[in-house]
Design a protein. Structure first.
Length: 177
């Protein structure tokens, strides 16, 4: 019984030293803000790279999409450049043309170290119903809170593969082994 009383006393002392657990539970968890993306680097399968500033990006032909953002429960409008068009800016060299497009992925990277992999089919409207765009405008205004660029996939039911503060798109070959 003395042992139980001693353990209880130690437990109560430790709890007393902890900040108010109830207050902490009511506080939202905040990650440190990521650096805002200010440019977009597109790297093709052979290593060809093109870095676009916001001005470079604005000069490219844009498309607009309407999506429902399940995280905010709002309908949103985005304007940006299709990922397929961005990848066409860094064509693979002839030496890599024998790599099956079914064995290539696009890795989208954000400034907060968030990464998402897309198949080439995910980026090609000839292959799937939806569109994959890199947006620089939301609801008619420049994207500000989420950096200059944001990856949007219109057919995803939840925006889990969307990437804010997008800074890179990199094509990589994958192996089945």
């Amino acid at each position: 019984m003395k042992h139980l009383a001693a353990c209880t006393a130690v437990f109560l002392a430790l709890v007393a030293l902890q900040p108010n657990a109830r207050a902490q539970a009511d506080m939202p968890m905040h990650k440190a803000a990521a650096a805002r993306s200010t440019s977009l680097t597109v790297t093709g399968l052979g290593g060809t790279t093109r870095t676009l500033t916001l001005d470079d990006f604005k000069a490219l032909p844009h498309t607009s999409v309407q999506v429902h953002n399940a995280h905010t429960s709002k309908d949103e409008s985005y304007s940006g450049v299709p990922v397929k068009d961005l990848l066409a800016m860094v064509p693979p060299p002839a030496a890599t043309k024998n790599v099956s497009t079914n064995m290539q992925v696009v890795v989208a990277g954000a400034t907060d170290n968030f990464h998402v992999a897309l198949t080439l089919c995910d980026t090609n409207p000839d292959c799937r119903s939806g569109q994959a765009i890199v947006a620089d405008q939301q609801d008619g205004a420049p994207i500000a809170a989420d950096g200059a660029f944001k990856l949007i996939l219109t057919e995803d039911k939840k925006p889990a593969r969307w990437a804010r503060n997008l800074q890179s798109l990199t094509v990589k070959a994958v192996s089945a082994e």
